[in-house]
Design a protein around this ligand. Structure first.
Ligand code: SAM
Length: 268
């Protein structure tokens, strides 16, 4: 009976196309939470959708129908440094607020943050959004692997096609980082601007993820303004928050401040 209630509610939440392609693991966990809080019917559906919007939907300027860009991928040259590929990648990054905000600093963001460990040979990009389209701007070795995950099945499927076309080695999967971390042994893990987002559903996730990530280095970053564009002392707030998370761990930390992002390269 409890299972039936859960299934019915999940179906109702995902009946709206906006929530249709979100990882079932995440929808199911939020639905269980709503039921535990005693919510039911329309108020439960509304609460779950609000949370899904807050952690994922809010970053998209509009819903993306991946069919059109998918067709464009097959016509692209197989050269990640070509202007045509870079134009395409820029357009894809523009569609997601988080990568759009990184575009003005893209020419030096990854070069600066990863300079001390370049050329990079393997990456896992956690809660990646459209960031895998920044690959042409990263200081990578000639041969590299790139793994990534996010909650959107359609977005990860599309990125997978881009990887296939360019013969990029790696796995792109749908995930719920609150429940599970992809198990890959890599040189660098990216956790870009995602800790505040994940903390909206699990307050202890930042500490847990930083401890659990199996990588020699973690590139962690934080936004310096809200999605609405306000600064509200966010730089100092997140700087303090980050140092609270890593104090006492004995890790080496390099700090980088950009006009739109605060980043740290953690070496375990
Ligand atoms: C602020 S955006 C950052 C995106 C990307 N890392 C970047 O820097 O451009 C937060 C990302 O976290 C993803 N996300 C939210 N909840 C998640 C979860 N439980 N597991 C995995 N990804 C999640 C969202 O879909 C969104 O792409």
């Amino acid at each position: 009976m409890a299972n039936e209630r859960l299934e019915t509610l999940i179906e109702k939440v995902q009946a709206n196309p906006k929530y249709q392609f979100i990882s079932r693991e995440l929808v199911s966990r939020l639905t269980e939470d709503a039921l535990k809080k005693g919510l039911s019917g329309k108020s439960a559906v509304k609460a779950i959708r609000n949370k899904l919007h807050q952690v994922g939907g809010a970053y998209f300027r509009q819903r993306i129908d991946y069919e059109k860009p998918q067709k464009l991928v097959s016509g692209l040259p197989r050269d990640l440094k070509s202007d045509q590929v870079k134009d395409f990648c820029t357009r894809m990054m523009q569609s997601h607020a988080s990568t759009a905000e990184r575009l003005p600093i893209l020419d030096h963001f990854f070069q600066t943050c990863l300079e001390s460990i370049a050329p990079v040979t393997s990456i896992v990009d956690l809660a990646c959004g459209m960031n895998p389209f920044a690959i042409p701007w990263m200081p990578l070795a000639n041969r590299f692997s790139y793994h990534a995950c996010d909650i959107y099945l359609d977005m990860v499927g599309f990125i997978r096609e881009f990887f296939k076309h360019n013969e990029i080695e790696g796995d792109i999967t749908a995930c719920d980082l609150v429940i599970r971390l992809p198990q890959v042994d890599v040189q660098v893990a990216f956790l870009l601007k995602s800790i505040p987002c994940l903390e909206q559903v699990d307050k202890a996730i930042g500490d847990r993820l930083l401890d659990a990530i199996q990588a020699q280095h973690i590139l962690v970053s934080f936004p310096v303004r809200s999605l609405g564009g306000q600064k509200k002392g966010m730089l100092d707030f997140y700087k303090n928050h980050f140092y609270d998370l890593v104090t006492g761990k004995g890790w080496k930390i390099q700090e980088f401040t950009f006009p739109t992002e605060l980043a740290f390269l953690v070496t375990k």
